[in-house]
Design a protein around this ligand. Sequence first.
Ligand code: ADP
Ligand code: ASP
Ligand code: MG
Length: 470
Amino acid sequence: MTTLAMKFGGTSVGSPEAHGQAADIVLEQAQNWDRLAVVVSAMAGVTDALTRGARTAAAGDDQTYRAVAADLRVRHYRAVDELLDPNGERAPLLATVDEYLDEFAMFCHSVHVLGEVTPRAMDAITSLGERINARILAALVRQKDARSEAVDATEMIVTDDKYQNAAPLMARTRERVAARLSPLLDEGAIPIVTGFIGATAEGITTTLGRGGSDYSAAILGDCLDADEVWLWTDVDGVMSTDPRLVPEARVLPVLSYNEVSELAYFGAKVVHPRTIRPVVERGIPLWVKNTFNPTHPGTRINRETEPSPSTVKAVTAIEKLSMVNVEGRGMMGVPGIAARTFAAVASQGASVLMITQASSEQSISFLIPTATVAPVVGAVEEEMARELARKDVDRVWSIDDVVIVTAVGSGLRTTPGVGARIFGALAQVGINVIAVAQGSSECSISLAVAAEDAANAVRQIHNEVILEVG
Ligand code: ADP
Ligand code: ASP
Ligand code: MG
């Protein structure tokens, strides 16, 4: 028995035309696989709009969320009107859209009254885009004479209660997926599952983090023992860099899980960073394909990779970072400085993207999101209060507007001279590298550069290191 789990991203269902295209793909793949489960995101821009409505309401503005609700009503009505037969499910679907958007307005009203939006409330609010869209796509698939049902992932994906960035509890999720989806799949129906969302064991809605529908598809693929997981998006596959930044970017036909993990972790938006984990454990091939060019094979992601003449296959950037430096001559030989520094960082819930330490132990530097820099510096100073007083540590300070540019390729581990080519390409245009680190999977090199140099650095590495040889 063959099973496919596939996901349509927001841009793949961003307009009535795109919805139609996605539904055709569903029908076609339903012919090719014994069991097909579909995950769908909110229409493009909807999650952003819902977030904006909630934030402005919390800030005391009781107009913007109403305007957002009106605008979302127009967008969803247009999709339903254009796609669904007036003698069929059009009227009930329009009522469904109204119901969810009324719920949105009600939530925002409460947020406005309270003057704050908790992460838990934000998850309830932002879950609505996926809830509406799963129902639209399921109705459209039914209209095309296939059996289909919209399913809220809140019924199946059980998560912890880390709102806005929840993690699935896989054993319970597996049981619930089997109970909820298997009967549907066995009778040949196509479940259309909401991406991005889940619920705690108590049933409170959570989300898996922005862009998390990719992760939803991988979780379902794992639970269903799928043969493959496909992510349908608006580009032909994973590319050598962000095509919006560098038009010369090329599609990469094959990548390893490790390579894609590094790319995703360091900012390539095309795949959510947590997507790889569920599929890697079962060795399920993951494909990235283009809804608008479905005959293009896309990118296949699996354990093995293919060597590339340029060694570096792709380059990506992650922005809005700061570099924190802990420095002092007296640090040399004081045991536990690094452990205590990073314990202080962790106490603030900040994620560290890159670490460098001078071999003389005179400084430790690390990169974190700028949004977390003030509490992190405070916590490290507090932890080092004694060393600062004794002048063993001279200062804890930070540089803002730093970007990490990461070059990825499995051959980086074994090919000499790649670093020199990368630095050469940057030196050609006078870009200063602030810090360097090699990724733990040894298939990436990350460079910290000033934000103003970032786009140029990506372009240089792409065009001088990847394209020149590749
Ligand atoms: P979806 O709504 O389908 O999830 P996203 O907007 O989240 O789509 O991700 C797709 C976008 O990711 C592309 O349109 C592209 O601009 C961007 N992107 C960034 N880096 C890459 C890359 N290396 N390869 C392909 N796309 C990339
Ligand atoms: N709709 C959600 C977001 O915009 C999830 C996703 O698109 O994957 O973040
Ligand atoms: Mg996405």
